[in-house]
Design a protein around this ligand. Structure first.
Ligand code: HEC
Ligand code: HEC
Ligand code: HEC
Ligand code: HEC
Length: 240
C-alpha cells in the first residue's frame, strides 16, 4: 500500500510540474551572458543562483570503489541550489544530506571501471542517448575543469534539464494536479484538466518511459496507473 502511495505521489508531482527547465523556461535562472561565474560544470553560470558547497554528507557506499567528495561542485552545486532539502522540489530530507541520493560529484573513469567489474568503461561504452551518439563520458559526464576531460558524474549524468526527454512521443493524457495534490478542473468544475506526463528531465534513452500498469483498476487518465521505467538508464553504466 505504501509503495502504491509513493508511486502515485511521484506520478502526481510529475504530472503537475511542467518544464521549468525546458526551452520555454528562463535561461537566466542558470545562465547569464555577462559577469558569469567560474564553474567547471555550467557554462555562463548565474552565480546568484548559488549556495555553499561545504557541509555535505555524501552517499555512504554499500560497496563503493569511487571516492565521493563531501563538497559538491559544478552542475550538481547548481542543481542543489534549488533542489536541496527545505525547498519545494527537494531531493534531500534536510539540507546537505546526500546520503539517500545516488552518489554524485566523483570521478568515473576507466580506472574505476577496472576496479569495479560491474561498471562499463565510460570512455568506450556507448551512452545510448538519443541524439548523443557517443560514449558515456562524452554524453553523460561533466568536465573536471573547464575544457578538461569529462570524468565527473553529476546530477546531469541522469538528467538533461534542457529537455523533457522522450515523454512527448508517448502522448499519455492524465489528470493534472496542483502543487498541493488537488486535482484541477475546467471552469465548469467537473471536466478534468488533462495534460502530459513529464519525464523528470531524464536523459533520452530508449526504454525510459511511463508504462501503464495493466493490472490497475484505475481509469487510464489517472497518473497513479503508470509507473516510470528508468532501468535502461541505470544499465547504461551498470552491468547487471
Ligand atoms: C536549471 C538550470 C538550467 C537552465 C534553466 C538552462 N540551462 Fe543550459 N545548461 C545548464 C547546465 C547544468 C549545463 C551544463 C551541460 C549539461 O547540461 O550537462 C548547461 C549547458 C548549456 C549549454 C552548453 C551545451 C553544450 O552542450 O555545450 C548551452 C548552449 C545552454 N545550456 C543554453 C541554455 C539555454 C538557451 C537555456 C534557456 C532556454 C538554458 N540553457 C537553460 C543548466 C541550465
Ligand atoms: C533556479 C532554480 C532551479 C535550479 C538551479 C534547478 N532546478 Fe530543477 N526545478 C526547479 C523547479 C522550481 C522545479 C519544479 C518545476 C516547476 O514548477 O517549474 C524543478 C523541477 C525539476 C525536476 C522535476 C521535473 C519533472 O518534470 O518532474 C527535475 C528532475 C529537476 N528539476 C532537476 C534539476 C537538475 C538536474 C538541476 C541542475 C542541472 C536543476 N534541476 C536545477 C528549480 C530549479
Ligand atoms: C543515477 C541517476 C540520477 C542521478 C545521478 C540524479 N538523479 Fe534525480 N532522478 C533520477 C530518476 C531516475 C528520477 C525519477 C524517479 C524518481 O523520482 O525517484 C529522478 C528524479 C528527480 C527529481 C524529481 C523528483 C520528483 O519527485 O519528481 C528531481 C528534482 C531530481 N531527480 C533532482 C536531482 C538532483 C538535484 C540530482 C543531483 C544532486 C539528481 N537528481 C541526481 C535519476 C538520477
Ligand atoms: C552515468 C553512469 C551511471 C548511471 C546512469 C547510473 N549509475 Fe549508479 N553508479 C555509477 C557509478 C560510477 C557508481 C559508483 C560505483 C562504485 O564506486 O563502486 C554508481 C553507484 C551506484 C550505487 C551504489 C553502489 C554501492 O556500492 O553503494 C547504486 C545502488 C546505483 N549506482 C544504482 C543506480 C541506479 C538504480 C541507476 C538508474 C537510476 C543508476 N545507478 C544509474 C554510475 C551510474
Amino acid at each position: 500500500m505504501k509503495k502504491i502511495f509513493a508511486l502515485s505521489m511521484v506520478a502526481m508531482m510529475a504530472a503537475s510540474v511542467m518544464a521549468f527547465h525546458g526551452a520555454e523556461s528562463r535561461c537566466s535562472s542558470c545562465h547569464i551572458v555577462h559577469m558569469a561565474g567560474d564553474n567547471s560544470g555550467v557554462p555562463l553560470w548565474n552565480t546568484e543562483t548559488v549556495m555553499e558547497g561545504a557541509n555535505y554528507t555524501a552517499y555512504v557506499g554499500y560497496d563503493m570503489d569511487a571516492q565521493v567528495d563531501n563538497v559538491p561542485a559544478g552542475a550538481s552545486l547548481l542543481c542543489l541550489a534549488c533542489h536541496d532539502g527545505g525547498t519545494s522540489h527537494a531531493i534531500a530530507p534536510e539540507q546537505g544530506d546526500m546520503t539517500g541520493t545516488h552518489p554524485i560529484g566523483f570521478v568515473y573513469d576507466s580506472a574505476l571501471a577496472q576496479s569495479d567489474l560491474e561498471l562499463y568503461d565510460p570512455t568506450s561504452s556507448p551512452s545510448n542517448e538519443v541524439g548523443g551518439g557517443s560514449t558515456i563520458a562524452d554524453d553523460l559526464l561533466s568536465p573536471d575543469v573547464i575544457g578538461g576531460d569529462n570524468t565527473i558524474l553529476d546530477c546531469t549524468a541522469c538528467h538533461d534539464i534542457h529537455a523533457q526527454g522522450l515523454h512527448d512521443s508517448i502522448g499519455i493524457a492524465v489528470y493534472q494536479y496542483d502543487r498541493n495534490g488537488n486535482q484541477l478542473f475546467e471552469e465548469d468544475g467537473v471536466t478534468p484538466v488533462l495534460g502530459g506526463m513529464s519525464m523528470p528531465h531524464l536523459r533520452s534513452i530508449p526504454g525510459v518511459e511511463w508504462q501503464y500498469n495493466s493490472r490497475s483498476q484505475l481509469p487510464v487518465e489517472d497518473p497513479a496507473a503508470y509507473r516510470l521505467i528508468y532501468t535502461p538508464l541505470c544499465v547504461t553504466c551498470h552491468i547487471k
